[in-house]
Design a protein around this ligand. Sequence first.
Ligand code: FAD
Length: 345
Amino acid sequence: SRSVLCVRAFSRTYATATSPHALVFIEHRHGVIDSGSLSALTAAEQLGGQVSGLVVGGPDHVHSVVDKVKMLKGITSVLHSTSPQYVEPLPETLSPLFEKLLSNSSPFTHVVSATSSTAKSLLPRVAAKLDVPAVSDVTSLEHDPATGSTTFTRPIYAGNAIATVRAPGSVAIKFFTVRGTAFAAAASQEGSNAEVKAVDAVEVSDSPTQHLKTTITKSDRPDLGVASRVVSGGRALKNAETFASTLYPLADALGAAVGASRAAVDAGYADNSLQVGQTGKVVAPELYMALGISGAIQHLAGMKDSKLIVAVNKDPDAPIFQVADVGLVADLFDVVPELVEKLKK
Ligand code: FAD
């Protein structure tokens, strides 16, 4: 069972309690807002103050994203900045823009983003430059307007303990990243009073890092990170061919995304992007099917918050059965084809 760890945190002092005003970094790809950013918005709204979205990118997509962001529930203003350097943003090219926005006259008390690859390198960089704390992978928060302190919970030790950390009111700007599965996605609403403001880009001429190319894994199946159903396979699937021929028909019959254990990924049965767990993706779908997965603690860290967990395993003592709502001790190569036939009917 989970234990709760309380950690007193942060002692930097130079501000008094003010009404919260969050700056939320809104990530998007080709005009589509990342679902993690929508969860970050919901978390920011829970601070109880103003919420500004920040959209950066090239001229092709920024304005269409801004139009979508200003319609999101909870948004009070949208800042946007356009530069060729922001088409594929790097921490080195984006951090000067954040530093400008967070300079002495800044109204912002919190900087919020999804726990994404970009934000994981960007936010700590900016926080370190400003010498303020950053809290990552937050699953809940509570802001105290009287003291200006914000208390966060975040999973540690692969989700086996929950740390409670507090950034006191004396910290001028609190940075945090949000675990997407812990906060609902902000919804769109009719009508918007949100103010929209352009911010000049801060061009970086001597970035030590340059973006060369992005290779996106293409799939006709739902995105693993946001799918409501996930069918995952483990080492038991034997090889890449049987992984595909066994799991994909079931995923297709259920309209599910495909996931994999690290053993299956390391053995080359499935792409890296499908790994679920501590060092893979964290998912919390309505239905998670674990097929031929033992249920190692590092795998559970990525799926145990799923609403309904179904496990099929030959070993009645497999640890996956300790978290499963429905468990079947059976050979998956018998069960899965039968299930697919029944689903098709
Ligand atoms: P196994 O543990 O080998 O289990 C295979 C299971 O299949 C067994 O339970 C077996 O009974 C069952 N089985 C065999 N044949 C059949 C059949 N025909 N029908 C039904 N059942 C069958 N793992 C992750 O998944 N995600 C991570 O992010 C991750 N991160 C890690 C990080 C670190 C630092 C470390 C040290 C490990 C990490 N791991 C991760 C690895 C993890 O510890 C396990 O090794 C891995 O999850 C095991 O994968 P598996 O369950 O597919 O394989």
